[in-house]
Ligand binder design. Structure first.
Ligand code: ASP
Length: 335
């Protein structure tokens, strides 16, 4: 024990004696960035997706990836990048977030979102908002501009009004295909987890050139949800988490199982205490979700810039980019 302490003290002393430019050059060499995004996981197979849908989804993922990459390439923060990605996807009707969100049992669109900054573990989240075009922006305002972490329903919207957010007509969020999914849900009286074959929640994780990580997630939840149901997406530690010491995570899937498994926090803890890679930690945690009976996936970014995808569904809408020029978009499990 004493010997270890002596070695540590000598190493610390040596570091303090190192010339300042040596430290600076390390920082310079470390200016890379990386980004991973998702647009939901589920029974996404080639026979279920026609060319037009596929093209639309790939274009939207590409646009979102570009929005985040632009921020990171300019030296912007991981938090700004994940917000930029999610806002693009919230506006795109292909995804279950913002415009194109699924319907509640009563026929409204109730939106949940969260954002977390790994540099200081600041976090913000909102649930059940119905008039906010970009719920992720409101989550960011909760993080930056309120003493709280998680606001819901009417209170969250009152906060939004006070902060100058525009109130959006709920008609903006409603799409025909999601309305049909609700009708189908009611007619078939099937479970929440059967009806929506591709869930469509959106999220992003990033590592910026300063070495910080961040995560954001946004969703309409599950078709036919009732009684003010909230899933994993806005729950810090379940659907969203970021910590510079470990990783940043955004999840998608059957939220109840992700809440019960504390998915995002578990992945980070596995990295921290078991010293697993982000891929190993993500795979082990998704396996645990599967053992509980849940399905879905996660995207993860580590502070070293490594990114990982893990899902137990046939597909997940996903993409990644980094400062070396990598730019990938994928949909199916075997892509
Ligand atoms: N996880 C989301 C929820 O349960 C749904 C999804 O990912 O599509 O609200």
């Amino acid at each position: 024990m004493l010997a270890r302490w002596v070695v540590a003290a000598i190493l610390t002393g040596l570091c303090a004696l190192a010339p300042a430019h040596a430290k600076d050059s390390n920082i310079m060499a470390d200016k890379h960035w990386s980004l991973a995004i998702h647009g939901g996981a589920g029974v996404i197979t080639r026979d279920r997706l026609d060319e037009k849908q596929r093209g639309g989804i790939e274009a939207a993922l590409g646009q979102a990836l570009d929005a985040g990459s632009t921020v990171l390439a300019a030296g912007g923060s991981a938090v700004d990048a994940v917000q930029a990605v999610v806002e693009v996807l919230e506006d795109d009707p292909h995804f279950n977030a913002g415009r194109g969100a699924v319907f509640t049992y009563e026929g409204s669109n109730e939106l949940d979102a969260a954002i977390m900054d790994g540099s200081n573990r600041a976090a913000g989240a909102v649930a059940g908002v119905t008039h906010i075009r970009h719920p992720v922006a409101l989550a960011r305002a909760v993080m930056a501009d309120s003493p709280h972490v998680f606001l819901s329903g009417a209170g969250a919207e009152e906060f939004a009004r006070e902060k100058g957010f525009e109130m959006t007509d709920p008609a903006w969020f409603a799409t025909e295909s999601r309305r049909k999914a609700l009708e189908e849900f009611k007619a078939r009286k099937v479970s929440w987890f059967d009806i929506d074959l591709k869930y469509g929640t959106v999220g992003a994780v990033a590592r910026d050139a300063q070495g910080h990580v961040a995560a954001a997630t946004s969703t309409g939840g599950l078709t036919g949800k009732r009684w003010g149901r909230i899933g994993d997406s806005p729950v810090i530690g379940a659907g969203t988490y970021a910590d510079d010491r470990t990783c940043a995570v955004s999840a998608t899937g059957a939220g109840e199982f992700f809440v019960r498994a504390g998915v995002a926090h578990t992945i980070c803890d596995r990295v921290r205490f078991l010293h697993e890679t982000v891929q190993e930690a993500a795979d082990a945690t998704i396996k645990e979700v599967g053992e509980l009976g849940g399905d879905g996936g996660v995207i993860v970014a580590g502070p070293d810039g490594t990114t990982a995808f893990s899902f137990n569904t046939p597909g997940m809408y996903r993409g990644r980019a980094d400062s070396s020029g990598m730019h990938e978009i994928a949909i199916f499990g075997d892509d």
